[in-house]
Each structure stands twice: as C-alpha cells, then as structure tokens.
Design a protein around this ligand. Structure first.
Ligand code: NSP
Length: 222
C-alpha cells in the first residue's frame, strides 16, 4: 500500500470539510461576515503567524539535507515574507496598528493550535511536523479554490474581504500549497500503515484546531 496526501484528507473527511466549508469562510466570501468578528480573527491570526514562523524555523532546523532545508525554508519565507508582511499592512487598513498587535492578549484557540504544532515538531520528526503544518498551508489554498467555485461568493469591490480572498488565490500562496502537497506525497509513499495511522491522528488534530480557530473568530472569544 502506497499513501499520498489525499489519503490523509480522505481519512479525516468529515473534519476536513467542516474546516474548509466553515460558516466563517462562507460569510467572509459572501461579504456578510460581521466586521468585528473579522477584526478579532485578524488580530489572533497575527499571533498565529508569528508562532507558525517559529514552527517553520523548527522544521528548517530538523531538516537533514539540502532538499529538506530548502523546502522548509520556502515555507518559512511564505509565512514571513508573503503572509505576515501583507497581514501587518492589512491590519492597518482595518484600524489595527502595529502597537495594537504588539500587546494583544492571546486567545485560547490560538495558544492551543500553535503550541500543539510546536510540540508535535519537538517530539517528532520532519514528517510529523509537516503533517501538523499541512492544514494551515494546504487548507487555506483549498479554501480559496472551494470558495471561488461557490455561487454565494462575491468578488471585487462589493466584498469588504476581497483582499483576503485575493491573498490566498495568489500564485505565491497556491504555488507553496502545491509544493507542500508534492513534498508530502513523496514522503507518504513509503510509510507503513502503522505510521500512516499516527500521521492521520496529527492531521486530524491540527484540522480540528483550525475549526476551533474559525469558531473563535465567529464567537470573538479569548
Ligand atoms: C489559523 C490560520 N491557519 C492557516 C493560515 C494560512 N497560513 C492562517 N493564516 N491562519
């Protein structure tokens, strides 16, 4: 039996769909999401991205050859240069200054998700780490593609969240998503059924923590 990334998705189908098709992203794509819910999510996502930068740095540290090193470094650059850079500018447009960002309280959902991924990376190997990171990178790329195919999605000036939608359909982000899937496909091809079961647990846990992150935005909870 040879595995690939899609087998992880299939093994967690219910959780994966609940994440990709969550009410938060549906409302965002329709342009009906309450602006305070979005602002709350944006602030927590800043903290999330800082910790995910650390997680990609850990993946870089755990790399054992130049190919792995380059791949993890590309992930780190996507988070820091593409997403986090745009995020700070975007927060400013939504009335959140860098000073506000510097003194944010961290929501429990942010703590749980980011520390789970860092702990998985510390305990496990590079494959554990990348499987824990996959719902983040692959998930948002897939969410973007799924939303673009839905009749309720409003694009352009009529949607206040147009920039968010545009970021995740950008070639920089979609290319990073494809590279991550290709990397995972290559590694998963040679794992045993026992190892695949362990990786499925990590993928499911990280996906459930993504669902909790959307819900935190909707509920504006800390
Ligand atoms: C919670 C969360 N998950 C994923 C992403 C996409 N990197 C994000 N910005 N925030």
């Amino acid at each position: 039996m040879s595995y690939c990334f899609d087998d992880l998705r299939k093994a967690c189908r219910e959780d994966w769909d609940a994440y990709v098709q969550h009410a938060f992203v549906r409302e965002l794509a329709a342009g009906t999401l309450e602006s305070e819910a979005f602002r709350h999510y944006l602030k927590q996502d800043y903290l999330f991205l800082i910790h995910f930068g650390r997680a990609y740095a850990l993946a870089t540290y755990k790399s054992r050859n130049i190919t792995e090193l380059r791949h993890s470094l590309e992930g780190l650059k996507t988070i820091i240069d593409v997403e986090l850079g745009l995020h700070v500018d975007y927060c400013r447009e939504w009335g959140i200054s860098e000073e506000d960002l510097a003194r944010l309280p961290e929501a429990r959902a942010t703590m749980a998700y980011t520390r789970y991924v860092l702990d998985t990376g510390n305990r496990g190997d590079l494959l554990d780490m990348h499987v824990a990171l996959a719902p983040c990178l692959v998930g948002y790329g897939e969410i973007s593609n799924w939303l673009n195919a839905q009749p309720f999605t409003v694009r352009g000036d009529a949607n206040p969240y147009e920039k968010w939608l545009a970021m995740y359909e950008s070639e920089a982000f979609q290319g990073a998503m494809r590279a991550e899937i290709a990397w995972l496909d290559e590694r998963l091809a040679s794992v045993t059924p026992e190892r695949f079961a362990e990786l499925t647990t990590i993928f499911r846990d990280a996906t459930r923590l993504e669902i909790a992150f959307w819900q935190m935005g909707l509920d504006r909870s800390l």
